[in-house]
Design a protein around this ligand. Structure first.
Ligand SMILES: NC(=O)c1ccc[n+]([C@@H]2O[C@H](COP(=O)([O-])OP(=O)(O)OC[C@H]3O[C@@H](n4cnc5c(N)ncnc54)[C@H](O)[C@@H]3O)[C@@H](O)[C@H]2O)c1
Length: 381
């Protein structure tokens, strides 16, 4: 800690009283991005940074205006007054850092997944409930207009019967040291699916197979099949050895087919008629909705992909904290993602044998959206 000059000039008296104070724990790629978003947010003051790797903490602090930095969360909480903590540590440290913050009465925003097991996620959710604080799992993609449109179309029944779903999430990171490809990349797709189906995906069972062709000790490539009640399937492909970054979803219904691609900022969502004889591409009212497209601003710059959604996560977290309301992405979506991930791991351990899934129900979805700015986006027709 010698490198850290104990300058707490980010104290409450020096900041806009309307802003909430937040610390970011874990200053890796994700934490640095979170810190930048929160720093730029009109709702938050970035009050401190924490990373066991002091170099990383110091670098992020320096880049973002010199917030005090720490190597341990306990030290941070003893030294700086904050309302909330945003956590982007590796999987193994999520529970420890999350529970430390919750027990100190802080609101907590966690990168997906919420924890490294369903039981630990449930323990965190129970702690948050007991303390009356917000626990929210980040899933910025659900704040994208195209994703919200998909949820609306699925919820309205416009797709007809669901025939199949294909999801792809790939990266070129090579192998992670602390998690296999299922726990690394599947949370993004599972959170997306859970959101689009508003918690009603209701998979009956899962089969998972993986491969570790480089001998890293963990699966780097994985295939997951979820079986839905009407014998439709969801196929999820996750791959850390790909040379391309991708995040795609195809939802095929008997009436409409939705094709979503996160890497196409100008046209994330395409909507097709299912009747293959017409090859008809729909020009839906979606395209005329304000904010549906990433259009250049007055300065001619197109906003960085996903940045708007990340800003909305920061705003929504602040709104929930101010109202001390349960967060839409945790109770119970974050827990459902953990339940699905655990079932995937069980099946993988059994070389792809089907494993049953036990996840909390979708009952919170409507309740969570009610009264929020999401309400008009999600539930209006
Ligand atoms: N990078 C992504 O694209 C991505 C996407 C979705 C979710 N996530 C999740 O976000 C989290 C972080 O991902 P990342 O890619 O930034 O990882 P990373 O390894 O780059 O960074 C994690 C940082 O946490 C620090 N750390 C470890 N234990 C700590 C502790 N106890 N206290 C404080 N700091 C600690 C590490 O030193 C490291 O700097 C992971 O849980 C991951 O699953 C990442």
């Amino acid at each position: 800690m010698e490198a850290f000059a104990k300058d707490f000039s980010h104290g409450r008296d020096r900041v806009n009283a309307d802003r909430l104070r937040i610390a970011v724990v874990g200053a890796g790629s994700r934490g640095a991005g979170m810190a930048e978003t929160l720093q730029a947010s009109p709702d938050w003051d970035l009050a401190a940074i924490c990373d066991v790797d002091s170099r990383r903490a110091g670098t992020v602090s320096e880049k973002l205006g010199g917030a005090p930095w720490f190597e341990a969360i306990d030290e941070l909480l003893d030294s700086v007054e904050v309302d909330a903590v945003a956590i982007a540590t590796p999987l193994r440290a999520l529970f420890g850092t999350g529970m430390t913050a919750l027990r100190a009465g802080k609101h907590v925003l966690v990168e997906q997944p919420l924890a490294d097991s369903l039981e630990r996620g449930q323990e965190m959710a129970a702690e948050a409930d007991a303390r009356g604080v917000v626990l929210m799992a980040n899933k910025a993609q659900c704040f994208e207009p195209a994703v919200q449109k998909m949820q609306k179309l699925v919820g309205s029944g416009s797709l007809g019967d669901i025939l199949f779903v294909e999801a792809v999430r790939t990266e070129s990171n090579l192998a992670r040291t602390d998690r296999d490809v299922f726990w690394d990349l599947a949370p993004d797709s599972l959170a997306l699916l859970d959101y689009v189906f508003a918690g009603r995906l209701n998979p009956q069972g899962v089969s998972a197979l993986g491969g570790d062709p480089l001998g890293t000790g963990r699966d780097c490539v994985g295939h997951v099949i979820f079986r839905l009640p009407n014998d439709a399937t969801v196929h999820l492909h996750v791959n850390n050895l790909s040379r391309v970054k991708s995040h795609q979803l195809v939802i095929a219904g008997s009436q409409l087919v939705l094709v979503w691609d996160a890497t196409l900022p100008q046209e994330q969502l395409a909507i097709f008629d299912s009747d293959s004889s017409t090859q008809q591409r729909r020009r839906s009212p979606y395209w005329t909705e304000p904010g549906a497209l990433q259009v250049p601003g007055e300065d001619g710059q197109v906003p960085a992909f996903g940045q708007e959604a990340r800003d909305r996560v920061a705003a929504e977290f602040a709104r929930r904290v101010r109202g001390h309301q349960r967060a839409p992405s945790t109770n119970t979506s974050g827990l459902r993602v953990l339940g699905m991930l655990e079932a995937v791991s069980r099946s993988r351990g059994l070389e792809g044998q089907a494993s049953s899934i036990h996840v909390p129900g979708p009952e919170d979805y409507q309740q969570q959206a009610a009264g929020s700015w999401l309400e008009s986006v999600l539930w209006s027709r």
